[in-house]
Design a binder for this molecule. Sequence first.
Ligand code: SF4
Ligand code: SF4
Length: 117
Amino acid sequence: MAALAANFGRFEIEGRPKFPNAYIGRVGLDGNPEGDLPMTHVIAEPCIGTKSGDCVDVCPVDCIYEEEEMFYIHPEECIDCGACVAVCPVTAIFTEGDLPDKWSEYKEKNRELAGLA
Ligand code: SF4
Ligand code: SF4
């Protein structure tokens, strides 16, 4: 367990361990399947009207999907590797913790587009 903690030490939310969702499935951090579901990376407003698709090309687990208006990240499939962030030409991708307040609704929007809300 210590090795796991070391490997995933950067995956923390408010001091709680946040392992990649691929490992925990759709179970909230409080253990409640309908509870405090973790979000991973979030695509926000700048994607609208751009939709370049660069992020899709680098995602190692193919968890970025296209919708009519924008792309979104499936929160249960994202492993939080961060590869997509650097390639987005309009800085539309953020970790949940770094998501600007003005785009906070995009956390829920990504969940809705993924069919989880
Ligand atoms: S953080 Fe990694 S796994 Fe998640 S969407 Fe971006 S590239 Fe894909
Ligand atoms: S790279 Fe950025 S703008 Fe292009 S599809 Fe992904 S999130 Fe949208």
